[in-house]
Design a protein around this ligand. Structure first.
Ligand SMILES: Nc1ncnc2c1ncn2[C@@H]1O[C@H](COP(=O)(O)OP(=O)(O)OP(=O)(O)O)[C@@H](O)[C@H]1O
Ligand SMILES: [Mg+2]
Length: 364
């Protein structure tokens, strides 16, 4: 009578042409079942429409069908899970970012909560620690980093790659540098995906400790594309204290959790306003939202940024607060947030395989 061991042995000769390994050994042939003289097995492929399906099933049927005690062979084809696929076919890093150690995306489900303000000042606070930091404006709909950092629209090229702008010790790239000041951006799914990959892959980022990404609001294509393109991209989630913002941020947290992207911390922006007359903090947008969200989602609150006139002015004049007043009370909040980020992300380095892998095949 035929047994599973004999079938496995016989199938050792069916090799994957690219991996040059036996389909049995790499787990693409699995669940071998025997009922009398009928053998059924599962073949897991990249997709259930893989061009290799016919070749493999033909080989399997011939080999197993020729074994004594087998009268018929049934091959059930399924698709590999994403995790299995990534393990079997790891992608080489995109060229532009192969020397980037950590990725930190600043996100929020809501618009106008201060993502860009946070991304810019956090990037500067990280650079103040003596780290090499890049800033990628990944807001494909409304890039505002050039305005916040007072950058012109010109771009330099070297070796067929774009050279990021250097300012205030940061390496910066924004889609805003590639278009006119008031030009509208209308990107649809596949184009967004392509554009993000270009901003990551065709820019000469060089050696960086952190590449901070300023994401567009919402849970749309760019957020998903970036999160899927860079596994181990840490997320810093920005919220404001009021309930309406929290609802959107919760949705955004759920999305990143679903695709397995680690949200390392929360930042509550526009937390309070220090009134010049009384010097007492006033909670203009309510209070406790960040703390509440932190408790319910089990994500640490890294800091609460007050409503600060200088912070707003810095955004409009191209001289961010972390450049004009790094040691002001708000500046110190950004420095504390940056320390929590380095503390948290450093712990990733001891995990084997932590290093960021960037996939160049992901689709929206
Ligand atoms: N804590 C703050 N105090 C004062 N002004 C702030 C503060 N945070 C942000 N702002 C101002 O609020 C406006 C919106 O901030 P910002 O552009 O950073 O938000 P955003 O979340 O990136 O917006 P979008 O969703 O449009 O990308 C800007 O004018 C900015 O200067
Ligand atoms: Mg923004």
């Amino acid at each position: 009578m035929i047994d599973e061991k004999r079938i496995r042995q016989a199938l050792q000769s069916v090799l994957h042409p690219k991996l040059k390994k036996s389909l049995v050994d790499i787990g693409m042939i699995r669940d071998i079942r025997i009922k009398g003289e009928v053998v059924t097995l599962t073949l897991a492929l990249k997709s259930d429409r893989s061009p290799l399906e016919k070749v493999f099933t033909g080989e399997i049927e011939t080999i197993v069908g020729a074994l004594p005690g087998v009268s018929s062979v049934q091959v059930e084809v399924i698709a590999l899970s994403e995790k299995e696929y990534n393990r079997l076919f790891p992608k080489a890093p995109l060229k532009g970012i192969e020397k980037v150690k950590h990725f930190l995306a600043v996100a929020s489900g809501k618009g106008g909560v201060g993502k860009t303000t946070t991304a810019v000042n956090v990037a500067l606070a990280l650079a103040k620690q003596g780290l090499n930091v890049g800033l990628l404006d990944a807001d494909v709909y409304g890039p505002s980093v050039p305005l916040m950092l007072g950058l012109s629209n010109t771009l330099d090229q070297k070796d067929n790659m774009i050279v990021p702008k250097e300012k205030y010790g940061l390496r910066i790239m924004s889609l805003g540098m590639t278009a006119g000041k008031d030009e509208a951006f209308i990107w649809r799914g596949p184009l967004v995906s392509k554009m993000i990959h270009q901003l990551l892959g065709q820019v000469k980022w060089g050696e960086l400790d952190y590449l901070v990404l300023d994401l567009p609001p919402g849970t749309g294509d760019p957020s998903i594309t970036i999160a899927q393109a860079i596994s181990n991209c840490s997320i810093l989630m920005v919220t404001t204290p009021q309930e309406v913002a929290l609802a959107d941020v919760r949705r955004s947290i759920a999305l990143f959790n679903k695709i397995g992207q680690p949200i390392i911390g929360l930042v509550e922006n526009m937390s309070y306003f220090v009134c010049g007359h009384s010097a007492k903090p006033i909670d203009i947008f309510g209070s406790g939202g960040g703390e509440k969200l932190s408790q319910e989602s089990d994500i640490p609150l890294f800091g609460a940024i007050p409503i600060d006139l200088e912070l707003r002015q810095g955004g409009d004049t191209g001289v961010p607060l972390m450049v004009s007043s790094p040691n002001s009370s708000t500046g110190l909040v950004f420095q504390a947030i940056a320390l929590k980020i380095t503390d948290r992300t450093k712990s990733f380095e001891s995990i084997s395989g932590w290093q960021t892998r960037v996939r160049d095949d992901c689709k929206v």
